[in-house]
Ligand binder design. Structure first.
Ligand code: ADP
Length: 256
């Protein structure tokens, strides 16, 4: 009898898995994931997006996808597709108003299912939008699948940074390489008068990245267009590809 495989496994057909993580919720992890996915797709990369944010799956809304994924053979699941991105979300497996109060083993089962039973096809990159924090989903993903890199999203605020540091520590323990950090909601430029304001402070993530010796991939402003595009189902990187805000995402995607 063949021995059970030990340690993280490569998912067949998927070249690279990149996890997008944050210490706390609401810092823009899903916005960054969606924009990176569409930017990668626009650059001709075969890209998948797995929305594993069990507590607040927002990718169906951000990528403008709805409905239940089909399972013609009753065993595998057909992913959804929009803006050139192949996607699957835990939000498409539960009812809209159903609170996700799953225990660890159920979460692990759902994650495993999304990784191995979804017909991802051949992908250059699979982006995984993780839940915030350092919980079961992060551990299971990195223990079951070979995660090739993690990107940490944080606002410059002290509290968010403190939590981000815990996330970095977790990935280091799990031996997942850190691709870099992204400062989101970095500055706010008033759309009426152009005045620049540091709502959550500024430069905190750059300082942290320098201290940890991790690249700072971008400083994304707090911007109304970014929010409207994400809520409207067409992330700014695809709906306004020539805008300065979109360029930041395209620059990161090119370097990935
Ligand atoms: P998380 O995944 O970390 O919980 P989200 O990506 O869902 O965070 O973002 C939380 C809210 O903030 C969303 O409404 C999103 O549209 C908005 N948002 C995220 N990043 C920005 C930004 N740079 N500028 C404006 N709004 C943003």
């Amino acid at each position: 009898r063949a021995a059970e495989p030990k340690g993280p496994q490569k998912v067949p057909g998927i070249d690279r898995i990149l996890a997008i993580a944050s210490g706390k919720g609401g810092v823009g992890k899903s916005t960054v994931s969606a924009n990176l996915a569409v930017a990668l797709a626009q650059q001709g990369r075969r890209v998948g997006l797995l929305d594993a944010d069990v507590y607040g799956p927002s990718q169906p809304r951000m990528l403008g996808v709805s409905g239940r994924p089909a399972s013609p053979d009753g065993k595998t699941i057909l992913p959804m597709r929009n803006h050139g991105v192949t996607m699957m979300s835990i939000g498409l497996m539960t009812n809209d108003d159903q609170a996700v109060v799953w225990r660890g083993p159920m979460l692990m089962g759902a994650l495993q299912q999304m990784l191995t039973q979804v017909q991802w096809g051949a992908l250059d990159v699979l982006i995984v939008d993780l839940p915030p924090g350092t919980g079961d989903v992060q551990m299971t993903l990195s223990q079951k699948a070979q995660v090739d890199g993690a990107i940490i999203v944080s606002t410059p605020q002290d509290v968010a940074l403190l939590d981000a540091r815990k996330g970095i520590d977790m990935f280091q323990q799990l031996k997942v390489p850190l691709v870099g950090m992204i400062e989101n909601m970095s500055t706010h430029i008033c759309s009426a008068c152009g005045h620049e304001e540091h709502v959550f402070g500024h430069g905190g993530v750059a300082a942290e990245a320098a201290k940890l010796g991790v690249p700072l991939l971008a400083e994304i402003p707090l911007d109304l267009q970014i929010r409207l595009a994400a809520d409207g189902g067409a992330p700014i990187a695809i709906s306004q590809p020539d805008s300065a805000q979109a360029q930041a995402f395209h620059d990161i995607a090119r370097a990935l």
